[in-house]
Design a binder for this molecule. Structure first.
Ligand code: MOS
Length: 737
């Protein structure tokens, strides 16, 4: 996989204090460059998965079940096959794998969908010469069910829990004795917060176009966040060798977790294309995306805080109930940030699962922290009220020096600076006591929350080539899901190689290129950025050799290699071309340091005393996430996260009918994400920070840090405005009247 001689491989076992991004003189790193893929997107020339066209292509429309539990008795395929234009109906369900917890594929189920696990489960694909005919026939496909009782009501079954195996977070963690600490404490909070199911709601629906080659290989044009592992999943579900499957995902219209693993349309398109002997395109409808991909689990979170009279925490309990199907072990890791955010001797952080017959729960936009922080940071706000202490001061008093559970140092941690710098910029000193500020019929309040999101490194690789004309190409199976990967990876290569960004061609999203972990868990920039860094580091060494100067004596800038009082165009040093592959793997640093991004969210809201309507007036996010690679794309990532925070606090609510399991609001008309008019003036501040333990580029993950805590700041502002503590999200107007 990693060719000998041209691969620069690094396992992150030691800190990496020196960075070529600090010594580079191209001056491009960190700059607010426009996205290099921006013009393609705004002119409609970036090709998304549903836009690939092939001669002789057939259209597939998926069919989901109309019941939530039971069995299929029969599917009357012949009833629709006679419709003119219909080519076939594939009901060979054994190969319709399901997306699982981490969005990953589960093993292919046994023959036939014997048991329907949730409403909308995909059980057939109708193929036709046109999309319209396929859609019509899909709507008419007669399916006879044998319906059974299912569990749709979380609240009714909340006492029937099971302990899942450890996942991204340990399912159960205990240190000391929270009960005793609570009994002995000067001040305590014991509150239960409830959050609803949510949907990733990426703008682009899941879509796949499958094309088989004569050699039995499959190319799938899909919308996936992690093409390398997605191709492996797809191969497994089809019984193929991974080498036979190529996924191309050059542009992705948002993923937010729902595209981490393959969804039903990819497998359906692949099987159908094989069966027909023609390329097949399958695009999920918006309701199908809601019903048959993944949801974020609803949660019920009990948070207990014990503190002494000075506000120093002596205990933190964060006990989460989440839901999933009985065959699934993924749990919403709501307590994941609680492990490392605050000190406190006694700790209990647990996650238990309640079985439901609802669409799978899986990773969505900062799985864990996004909803976990609503509870933890709401409870911290409650504690500050009880102590009559400024909530920022309370957080600073509990900012630990070392990880409170692992007894290791933080790789970098600037929570206090993020709070202080943010407070100054936001004008926190204007905050008043709860319920005391009114402008006409609006109550005004300010809220704060800490932000935390674990930093991850994932094995990734990238190839960089320098061509004789002095241009370069960066290629990797990494993706850009709208985050800016194309741009920041080009900036890293440009900074180290001294080749202008305009002369760098990016090839992302193709598994024919070197494998990468893709986009997820905010690991993309650090992981793939390091892979590009390492490739460029090796190329730099080769250029020094070609120049016959020491590496220290080599300066690369504006396409020229300068050293020993000589300047040569870089292209003249590479012969027929030079290439190197960079390869990074996580190592001991992950265990020897506790790694996370930290920050602070500030919100000001106005709540109408007559209607109960909440309007967010302004927000500020203050983040310490290591080096900022591109000030514009980093800011945009944070703005997006903060916008999700508004949704988490005020609007997002995926509602299942507790009698039938049917999804009540399966489209963007009824599932409310904040739209333009809901999003106020927002500012982003970055604390100057470098993380030498995380990776050689000294950056930490940023996308999900922008989410984690944002909703809590809004909720705490609502409390400050009204004096009403809503613990059941979203905070709709009925809960404030
Ligand atoms: Mo993220 S929920 O890992 O796309």
């Amino acid at each position: 996989m990693f060719g000998f001689g041209t691969t620069n491989s690094l396992t992150m076992d030691k800190p990496h204090p020196d960075s070529l991004l600090d010594t580079g003189v191209q001056g491009v790193i960190g700059k607010p460059l426009d996205r290099i893929d921006g013009p393609l997107k705004v002119t409609g020339t970036a090709t998304y998965a549903a836009e690939y066209q092939f001669d002789d292509m057939a259209y597939g429309v998926l069919v989901g079940t109309k019941i939530s539990a039971g069995k299929i008795v029969s599917i009357d395929v012949d009833a629709v096959k006679s419709i003119p234009g219909v080519l076939d109906v594939v009901t060979d369900f054994d190969q319709f794998i399901r997306v699982s917890a981490q969005g990953g594929a589960t093993d292919a189920p046994t023959q036939g969908v014997k048991d329907i696990a949730f409403f909308g489960q995909i059980v057939a694909i109708v193929l036709a010469e046109s999309f319209e005919v396929a859609r019509d026939a899909a709507a008419r496909l007669p399916i006879v069910y044998d319906e059974a009782e299912g569990q749709y009501d979380f609240a009714a079954h909340r006492d029937e829990t099971r302990i899942p195996p450890d996942d991204a977070a340990p399912a159960h963690f205990k240190q000391g004795d929270v009960d005793t600490a609570m009994a002995d404490a000067a001040v305590t909070v014991d509150s239960t917060y409830v959050t609803p199911s949510q949907n990733s709601a990426a703008m682009e629906p899941h879509a796949s176009t499958a094309v088989w080659g004569e050699d039995g290989s499959l190319t799938l044009y899909g919308a996936y966040q992690m093409p390398t592992s997605d191709a492996q999943q797809l191969a497994k579900s089809l019984g193929l060798s991974a080498k036979k499957v190529r996924i191309v995902a050059r542009y992705i219209g948002g993923g937010f977790g729902s595209k981490l693993g393959i969804a039903p349309e990819s497998v359906a398109a692949a099987i159908a294309a094989k069966q027909l002997g023609r390329p097949v395109k399958a695009v999920m409808s918006r309701p199908q995306v809601f019903e048959a991909t993944v949801r974020r689990s609803n949660t019920e979170q009990r948070v207990r805080l014990a503190a002494n009279a000075e506000g120093k925490l002596t205990a933190i309990g964060h006990e989460t109930l989440a839901s999933n199907q009985s065959t699934e072990d993924y749990f919403e890791p709501a307590g994941i940030g609680t492990h490392l955010l605050y000190g406190g001797e006694n700790r209990l952080i647990t996650h238990d699962l309640v079985d439901v017959n609802l669409v799978l729960s899986g990773s969505m936009r900062a799985p864990g922290e996004a909803v976990g922080m609503l509870a933890l940071e709401g409870a911290m706000d409650e504690l500050a009220e009880k102590l009559d202490m400024d909530p920022i001061e309370l957080r600073k008093r509990n900012d630990p020096k070392i990880d409170p559970e692992k007894d290791v140092p933080y790789s970098s941690r600037n929570l206090t600076r993020a709070l202080d710098e943010g407070a100054a910029k936001f004008g926190w000193d204007k905050r008043q006591k709860a319920g005391t500020r009114r402008e006409g019929e609006w109550l005004i309040g300010m809220g704060v929350s800490s932000a935390v999101r674990g930093n991850m490194m994932m094995e990734s690789s990238a190839k960089v080539e320098i061509h004789p004309d002095g241009s370069a190409t960066v290629s990797s199976a990494m993706t850009d899901i709208g985050t800016g990967s194309y741009t920041i990876l080009a900036q890293i290569a440009s900074e180290i190689l001294g080749i202008p960004v305009a002369n760098i061609t990016m090839s992302l999203g193709d598994t024919n290129d070197p494998p990468a972990a893709g986009s997820g868990g905010s690991w993309g920039a650090a992981s793939s950025g390091t892979a590009v860094y390492l490739a460029c580091e090796m190329l730099r060494g080769k250029l020094a050799k070609a120049m016959d100067v020491s590496e220290d004596g080599l300066t690369l800038k504006d396409g020229n290699a300068i050293g020993d009082n000589r300047s040569t165009p870089i292209g003249e040093l590479v012969g027929k071309g030079l290439e190197a592959t960079g390869h990074i793997k996580p190592g001991k640093q992950e265990k020897e340091t506790s790694q996370a991004g930290f920050g602070a969210h500030f919100a000001e809201v106005a709540v109408n005393v007559i209607t109960g309507e909440t309007r967010v007036r302004r927000m500020l996010g203050s983040f310490a996430a290591g080096r900022v690679l591109n000030a514009k794309t980093a800011r945009s990532q944070c703005l997006g996260g903060m916008t999700f925070g508004i949704g988490t606090a005020l609007t997002e609510d995926l509602i299942h009918d507790t009698r039938t399991g049917k999804l009540v609001n399966h489209d963007l008309g009824e599932y409310h994400v904040p739209a333009n008019a809901d999003v106020p003036q927002m500012d982003v501040h970055f604390v100057d920070e470098r993380d030498i333990h995380a990776n050689p580029i000294h950056a930490k993950g940023i996308g999900e840090l922008g989410i984690s805590g944002a909703g809590a700041a809004v909720a705490n502002a609502v409390y400050n405005a009204t004096g009403i503590r809503v613990r059941e999200f979203p905070i709709t107007l009925d809960k404030l009247l």
